[in-house]
Design a protein around this ligand. Structure first.
Ligand SMILES: [Zn+2]
Ligand SMILES: [Zn+2]
Length: 137
């Protein structure tokens, strides 16, 4: 048997992620799909998330606990996020300065296909008023 079913499952996984429009773990996404009656294995969810990441269809951030969270990326342009280390709140940030700087650097250095990864984390206003800052390295 060829793999139309598997590609169909991938579509379901991608659709569910797009519908959510928030960060979710692979387990969380798997749980939602199972609730919706989908017979999809967790390993298929993982494989599909990696595939979508390779295709630039999603954004990935790392939780303070080390778990990866995934979110559908609406455009082809990648985005940068500001994450609260305490509660996991994640905001999309305007990274125009970073994009322009990286592009200039690319031209000056004569590189092609330059990639970058910028992760910003801190303590959000709500968490900061409750707990003193702890520096996490
Ligand atoms: Zn917070
Ligand atoms: Zn960027």
């Amino acid at each position: 048997v060829r793999t139309p079913r598997r590609s169909n499952q991938r579509t379901r996984i991608a659709d569910e992620l797009a519908r959510l429009d928030t960060f979710i773990s692979a387990q969380g996404l798997h749980f939602r799909l199972r609730l919706a009656g989908e017979q999809i294995s967790l390993s298929t969810v993982y494989r599909t998330l990696h595939l979508l990441a390779d295709l630039g269809r999603l954004d990935c951030v790392r939780e303070p606990g080390g778990e990866r969270l995934y979110r559908h990326r609406p455009g082809s342009q990648h985005r940068h996020y500001l994450t609260c280390r305490h509660c996991g709140l994640t905001l999309v940030v305007d990274a125009t300065v970073i994009e322009e700087w990286a592009e200039q650097l690319r031209i000056v250095a004569g590189f092609a296909h330059l990639e970058h990864a910028v992760e910003l984390s801190g303590v959000c206003g709500e968490c900061g008023s409750e707990t003193p800052e702890q520096s996490l390295k």
